[in-house]
Design a protein around this ligand. Structure first.
Ligand code: NG6
Ligand code: CA
Length: 510
């Protein structure tokens, strides 16, 4: 009997870690542009990113890796649900008291992995809302629904962004370290006449340039007001260390299971306030230093895998949630110090834009022993991870699930001859502002330019444009007048995909 059990155990553990089903660590950077790391063209003297560069050297570096929108919330909504965010009202940039945007019961990236037997966790930035629709987040009570209701077993979150209150962590359903005697209030109104970034601007250690003039915490004023909850407040400088500490502990606790960790870094987002030990490590000011800090995080995660012999059992995917921005509301020297560094590489636009710089991002897959080192020109998108892991784990998607997610697993792991997507819809800072790529053609569709500062508006000035990305990756030559038929065909097809409510339908593809 013992021998039978021992054999069974061996067989089970061998299949548990078979090559086909790796652990997955998804590292999503925040506001990191195509050109912001060494392996995509940044200079090591300006901005050293040795750990990310090593991932690329040992793994697969995509030249056509995308996120689905040029701001955070819609990209993450699509990452979770496999549905384009423009199809769902209310999925624009989340506010301070936004309710959970992904409702329980949906098939999601984590729920697919959980049902395939993975232990699942998210550590870091959430920005997808918490709590019931009618009430929003109950900061002093149970923060439900949230990640745990859509497929994660564990969460350690920065609930919104670090420029939005509250400046606390959420662990599972609770604000961490909250003293019930000092309840936390989060509001758009100043509840107690506290000093603000406007009234006490002279006291700030990092001045704001637009927005961000409400509650002052850690010498920096933010979006929205919070009061109370003093024992729960973090320091901006410690976010990366705290996320790494939680992640390493979680990986170690789950090293004998198959696991999925969504490591959602916040490093490059404003207000950029990297840990003291990273300050001055790039020549680009705190924006660059925060990227050096992100690179350190990547190194720590890889070191943890190696320490526990998990590297050959783990697929690491590195990507970003939208393109780069220099001044995103604080005067931190990013514009002044940028020099010859090109945050979006050769691409036009950046965060908030439908031009390539808004959604074409560093995208690297790494799985020692399985992925052959190289460069892939296949088109893949963060929205595809849901259908891809469904296929990898042998699950067929329910009819309405993940309607815009394509199985690109083979392309992600670099199987010979595997293809990625042919088409992709890109969302700008506005649900009606869409880009549509079909192979090398790209259409930018008319739509109002939305809110935003003058620079952003200029960047979005074209109301209808057609580009040939093969010869004009920088989107400089609008070919609408040269190829009106092509523009019309793409426009019709985009409309059909919008109308269809889903894009994983062969009928609307040519
Ligand atoms: C904008 C903020 C910006 C940033 C962004 C969200 C202002 C003026 N601008 O509204 O600073 O927080 O929202 O960024 O407040 S994202 O990466 O999370 O989408
Ligand atoms: Ca972002």
């Amino acid at each position: 009997m013992r021998i039978v059990l021992a054999i069974l155990f061996l067989v089970l553990t061998a299949t548990a870690f078979s090559a086909e089903r790796p652990n997955i660590i998804l590292i999503m950077a925040d506001d990191l542009g195509y050109g912001d790391v060494g392996c995509y063209g940044a200079s090591a003297d300006t901005l050293p990113t040795p750990n990310i560069d090593r991932l690329a050297a040992e793994g697969l570096r995509f030249t056509r890796g995308y996120c689905s929108a040029s701001t955070c919330t819609p990209t993450r909504y699509s990452l979770m649900t496999g549905q384009y965010a423009f199809r769902q009202q209310g999925t624009g940039i989340g506010g301070i008291n936004t309710a959970a945007l992904v409702r329980p019961g949906r098939t999601t990236l984590p729920s697919l992995l959980k049902s395939a037997g993975y232990a699942t966790a998210v550590v870091g930035k959430w920005h997808l809302g918490l709590g019931e629709k009618e009430q929003g987040p109950q900061w002093n009570g149970e923060l439900k629904p949230g990640p745990l209701e859509i497929g994660f077993d564990y969460c350690f979150l920065l609930p919104n962004t670090n420029d939005r209150v509250p400046s606390v962590y959420v662990e599972n359903h609770r604000v961490r370290n909250l003293d019930p005697a000092d309840p936390l209030t989060v509001s758009n109104k100043n509840p107690d006449g506290q000093p603000t970034g406007k009234t006490h601007r002279h006291t700030l250690r990092m001045d704001w340039s637009h927005g961000h003039s409400s509650t002052i915490h850690n010498g920096i004023s933010r979006i929205g007001f919070m009061s109370g909850g003093k024992a729960a407040l973090w320091r901006d400088e410690d976010l990366a260390d705290d996320f790494i500490r939680q992640s390493v502990a979680w990986i170690e606790a789950h090293q004998n299971e198959r696991f999925f960790l969504f490591f959602s870094s916040h490093d490059c987002h404003v207000p950029r306030m990297p840990h003291e030990r990273f300050q001055g490590k790039s020549t680009l000011g705190y924006r660059g230093d925060a990227i050096v800090q992100l690179d350190w995080c990547v190194g720590e995660l890889i070191k943890t895998l190696k320490r526990h012999d998990l590297d050959e059992k783990t697929l690491v995917i590195f990507c970003s949630d939208n393109g780069p921005v220099l001044d995103d509301g604080y005067q931190d020297g990013a514009e002044e110090k940028v020099g010859t560094h090109q945050p979006a590489g050769m691409y036009r636009g950046g965060k908030y834009s439908v031009y390539e710089g808004g959604t074409r991002i560093p995208f690297i897959t790494w799985w020692p022993g399985q992925i052959r080192p190289g460069v892939s020109d296949e088109m893949v998108c963060t929205i595809d991870l849901a259908a891809s892991v469904a296929a990898m784990t042998g699950q067929s998607l329910p009819q309405d699930a993940c309607p815009d997610s394509f199985d690109v697993w083979d392309a992600l792991v670099g199987k010979r001859g595997a293809s990625g997507r042919r088409q992709l819809i890109q969302q700008g800072n506005n649900m009606r502002r869409l880009g549509f790529i079909d192979r090398n053609w790209k259409l930018i569709r008319a739509g109002d330019t939305g809110k935003g500062n003058a620079r952003r508006k200029k960047d979005q000035a074209d109301s209808l444009a057609l580009y040939n990305l093969e010869v004009d990756p920088g989107e400089q030559y609008n070919l609408v007048k040269v190829h009106p038929d092509k523009a019309k065909a793409l426009s019709d097809q985009l409309n059909a995909l919008i109308q269809a409510g889903r894009s994983r339908v062969t009928a609307v593809l040519p």
